[in-house]
Design a protein around this ligand. Structure first.
Ligand SMILES: C[S@@+](CC[C@H](N)C(=O)[O-])C[C@H]1O[C@@H](n2cnc3c(N)ncnc32)[C@H](O)[C@@H]1O
Length: 275
């Protein structure tokens, strides 16, 4: 079979299965299996069946609702390839905006940052790659997340500047962090049942922020009360409908609290400085 035929079949299967961007996804899957250079250059070359079977298997999984990041096991975040595994939260595109904002406030100096809920390592590893003098301490309640972060940190050569700890073993200490960053679980418990099909691949503890969606943000504030240096900043991703309520948590001990919007124009990030 020729690449253009494989692409056409893949696209049709994805379209019939109700996948939102069948053309793009077909291309990504076929590129992943055959390698980018093959598309275009080798459109007319015949291929053996083993690779087309692999494309079919990936599409089967996609049609079962599995996110592409897990099907392929790899995806880009902030311009770098990260490994993704089942059981660990898959970062969303808006979290790239959080990294971009952090970099705006973070010059390259020997700073120490703290990440609450590292997941795949997308945020911390990106920051460490962009700021060579930075060190990060990061925690998670999910042991699979700590393992995957370690893998992604070594994939990008920053593992010696990243300290990973289970949340239960972490102690904030006294004013040792220059900033605190996080994309905590912020979905309201009452919203959990209505989430789209693909989100069900994310572990619930990565999403559920309790009754008012703010439970984990309160924990970040508690950690920051001791662990964050005076003058340091907290930068977190927030629920688009909770900007006012979330800002309200930062009235005591923090100042210059500011909400930023994501590319879709939704209130998505909160920045506050410790007094
Ligand atoms: C929305 S995910 C974000 C993961 C990653 N930072 C990202 O942006 O892709 C939230 C993460 O927080 C972790 N988490 C939930 N509760 C936590 C807690 N109390 N302490 C530490 N980590 C927690 C989850 O396991 C999950 O990995």
């Amino acid at each position: 079979m020729k690449i253009r035929e494989i692409l056409a079949i893949a696209e049709e299967r994805l379209r019939n299965g109700g996948v939102e961007s069948p053309e793009l996804e077909a291309r990504w899957i076929v590129e992943f299996v055959f390698g980018k250079a093959f598309i275009g250059l080798f459109n007319e070359v015949d291929y053996d069946d083993s690779k087309t079977e692999q494309v079919d298997r990936y599409i089967d999984r996609r049609l079962d609702g599995e996110p592409l990041q897990l099907v392929l096991g790899e995806w880009d975040f902030f311009g770098r390839a990260f490994a993704f595994e089942r059981g660990v939260f898959i970062p969303r595109p808006e979290t790239e905006g959080l990294v971009e904002l952090a970099l705006r406030y973070l010059a390259d100096y020997p700073a120490v940052g703290f990440e609450f809920g590292i997941g795949s390592g997308a945020i911390s590893v990106s920051l460490l790659c962009e700021r060579p003098q930075l060190r990060m301490v990061a925690i998670d309640v999910n042991p699979l997340a700590l393992e995957l972060s370690r893998k992604n940190a070594s994939k990008h050569g920053v593992e010696d500047r990243l300290e990973l700890l289970p949340a239960s073993e972490f102690e904030a200490g006294e004013e040792r962090f220059d900033f605190v960053i996080g994309n905590p679980p912020y979905i309201l418990s009452s919203e959990m049942a209505e989430l789209p099909r693909e989100v069900r691949y994310d572990p619930p503890e990565a999403l559920d922020g309790g009754e008012d969606g703010l439970r984990e943000i309160r924990k970040i504030i508690d950690i920051s009360k001791n662990g964050l240096k005076s003058g340091g900043f907290i930068l977190i991703e927030i629920h688009e409908k909770k900007a006012v309520e979330t800002s309200g948590l930062f009235t005591k001990g923090f100042s210059k609290t500011k909400i930023f919007r994501d590319l879709a124009g939704k209130d998505r990030y909160l920045l506050a400085f410790k007094e």
